[in-house]
Ligand binder design. Sequence first.
Ligand code: SF4
Length: 299
Amino acid sequence: MSYQVIKPFDPWRSPLCTCPIKWSLNPYTGCGHRCIYCYVTSYVPKHYVPRVKSNLIRRILKDLRKIPRGAIISISNSSDPYTPPESKLEITREILKILLKSGLKIQLITKSDLILRDLDILSKGIGRVVVAITITTLNKRLAKLIEPYAPPPLHRLKAIKLLSKKGIPVIARIDPIIPYINSDSDSIEELVAEVAKAGVVQVTSSTYKAKYDNLSRIKKIFPYLAEKFDYIYKEKGMRVHGYMYLSRDHREKLLKVVKEAAEKWGLVFETCREGLTHLNTPGFHCDGSTFFFTPCNID
Ligand code: SF4
């Protein structure tokens, strides 16, 4: 079956993806948050320039005729649905209304507290909405270096707090963990403590997987780490489906810190595309789909 803009979820065909069957919708092509580690820049031209897909709403309505009621739609996987232009354009807001009215389940992934603008819509979809807020550090200056145009960490914590307060399950995505940059154990423990106190139900974490272009951006911002990165990724690391991964032991060591911190706070812990499923809390998914439940009153 062919689709226009809502496509079967396929994270670049990663063999390590453990997500359930679902669909993916990117309201924007490109993303203005300009994270230096973003891997999408190696697939999408002019990725740092966000633009709305043409005739988006019309194409969504067409696709919806083919998608079963109750299906999961992930928004979004190669751009942030609350990328800066969304504050004026309100495209994501419009889409949320349409999808909830169509009986679909929604997973929103964002770094932006702009999501709070849509709390009125999201809270009507309780049971069919799960939100993942990506937060990689509590350090404002570091966040500015690695995610220059994304809202600062405190804004994201506020978003977690208010969404959770409304009864919407929120996951913290501590992703990516970049060795030597945001991987310090004490900082990770502090970050997990803050997201736990803000109300998350789950922590999903993943290590930085390098592509040549994002690695060169990281080396440019952190030149004193350039040799180390070449060593741990190119010499000691492994190749998985076109990405440079850290060695299995290295990844396991980094992720165990997050796991232990999450468990200390009674949170579900999941890894994403790591092939380390033994670290995961059994019975859950990295995307939070286990937290959907049925009641919903939107017609
Ligand atoms: S928010 Fe996501 S899609 Fe946007 S630049 Fe950052 S990593 Fe890339």
